[in-house]
Design a protein around this ligand. Structure first.
Ligand SMILES: [Zn+2]
Length: 332
C-alpha cells in the first residue's frame, strides 16, 4: 500500500525560489538585520515570513537504528528510502530553525551538542566535522551570545543536547544570554523518564538550565511572539511542542519528531521510539490536513536530504506536492 512512495529529489521549486528572491530584494522590515540579508552562506537557507527572517541551521548529523526510526514499516521498504550502515543505522540531520525579528533571535532546538562521551558518540555515530551550531550561526555572522530565546520541542538529547556545554568542571547554558522554553509536561517526563525513553533524556542537557534560572515552563499552546504559534503533540513523547510561523508570504511548520523525515509524511510511518503510535497518527493527520489546506511548508528536522516539503492529501494518506533538498538551499 505504501510501495509507490518515493522521496523526490527535485530541484528547489519555483515557488520557494520566488519566496527567497522576494526576501532578498525586499527592504528589511526588521531593523538591524539588513546587512546580513544578502549574504550567501554554507549552512543555512533563508526567506522571510511576516516580521521574521527564517534560517535553517545544520547542527551536525547522527545515525539511529533504521528499524526504530520506521517502527512497523518493513526493512525492505525503509532500507530503499534510507540505506542503513553496517550497524543498521540510518543517517539523520539535526536541523534547527532560527527566527530573527521583533528584536529577538529565536532558536528552535539546538541539536545534540558536542559534549557526549566517546561511547555514546560511537553508538549514535554523531558527526559534527561538517556542521556545528556555532559554525552554522557563524555562516550568517551570528554567535551563540546573540540568541535571545531557545524553544525546545522536547528534551530528547538529539533536540536539546546543544543546550548546555562543559566549562571546566561545570555544565553551563551554551546559549549564554538566552531564555529556554519547554513544556511543563515534557520537563517532568524528562526528570522521571519511563524505561523506554530513559536513554534519550540525559539530565546534563537540561538540569543546568533550571539551575542557571534560564528555563521557563510553558503550559500547553502559546502565542509568544507575533505570527508564532506553539502547539503540542503527545504521541512521540509527552509534552512535545511544535512551531507554526505564519505571515502574508507563507506558513511554515517546524514539526520535530512528529514528522522527522520526508518518508514519515505517510500516516502509518510512525517511529518505534514513539510512546503512543495511535496518538502520533491522529496528530500527524491533523497537522498535515491543516498544512495542506494552507499550502504551508513543513521543515524536516531529521531528513538528511530534504529540508522542506509542502504536503498534499493523497487519498486517505499524505505525500509531498513539492520538496526542497537541503543541498539546494545551502548553495543559494
Ligand atoms: Zn525525540
Amino acid at each position: 500500500m505504501t510501495t509507490s512512495f518515493r522521496v523526490t529529489l527535485s530541484p528547489p521549486t519555483r515557488r520557494w525560489t520566488e519566496l527567497h528572491d522576494a526576501m532578498r530584494d525586499a527592504r528589511p522590515k526588521a531593523a538591524g538585520f539588513d546587512r546580513r540579508d544578502t549574504l550567501a552562506h554554507p549552512a543555512a537557507m533563508l526567506t522571510r515570513i511576516g516580521p521574521w527572517r527564517i534560517d535553517l541551521l545544520e547542527a551536525g548529523t547522527l545515525w539511529l537504528d533504521g528499524g526504530a526510526m520506521f517502527g512497523s514499516v518493513p526493512k525492505p521498504l525503509w532500507a530503499k528510502l534510507q540505506p542503513p550502515d553496517e550497524r543498521n543505522r540510518i543517517r539523520l540531520a539535526m536541523r534547527c530553525l532560527l527566527l530573527q525579528g521583533e528584536g529577538r533571535r529565536i532558536l528552535v532546538d539546538d541539536g545534540a551538542g558536542e559534549k557526549l562521551g566517546e561511547k555514546l558518540r560511537d553508538i549514535y555515530r554523531i558527526e559534527y566535522q561538517e556542521h556545528t551550531l556555532e559554525r552554522s550561526l557563524a555562516a550568517i555572522e551570528l554567535t551563540v551570545e546573540e540568541v535571545t530565546d531557545v524553544v525546545l520541542t522536547h528534551l530528547h538529547f538529539d533536540h536539546a543536547g546543544g543546550s548546555t556545554r562543559r566549562s571546566q568542571e561545570r555544565l553551563v547554558p551554551r546559549l549564554p544570554r538566552a531564555r529556554y522554553y519547554v513544556q511543563r509536561r515534557n520537563w517532568y517526563n524528562a526528570l522521571e523518564p519511563n524505561p523506554r525513553e530513559r536513554a534519550s533524556y540525559m539530565r546534563e542537557n537540561f538540569e543546568p538550565l533550571a539551575e542557571a534560572g534560564v528555563l521557563e515552563l510553558w503550559e500547553g499552546p502559546q502565542r509568544p511572539w507575533p505570527g508564532i504559534e506553539i502547539f503540542t503533540a503527545e504521541g512521540h513523547t509527552r509534552g512535545q511542542q511544535l512551531v507554526r510561523v505564519a505571515g502574508p508570504e507563507a506558513v511554515l511548520y517546524y514539526v520535530a519528531d512528529l514528522i522527522p523525515t520526508g518518508s514519515h509524511v505517510r500516516i502509518p510511518f510512525v517511529m518505534g521510539y514513539d510512546v503512543a503510535a495511535i496518538e502520533t497518527m491522529a496528530e500527524k493527520r491533523m497537522v498535515l490536513e491543516r498544512a495542506a489546506a494552507e499550502g504551508a511548508w513543513v521543515c524536516l528536522e531529521h531528513d538528511p536530504v530534504l529540508a522542506l516539503g509542502r504536503p498534499r492529501a493523497e487519498g486517505d494518506d499524505f505525500g509531498w506536492a513539492e520538496t526542497v533538498p537541503a543541498q539546494a538551499l545551502s548553495a543559494r
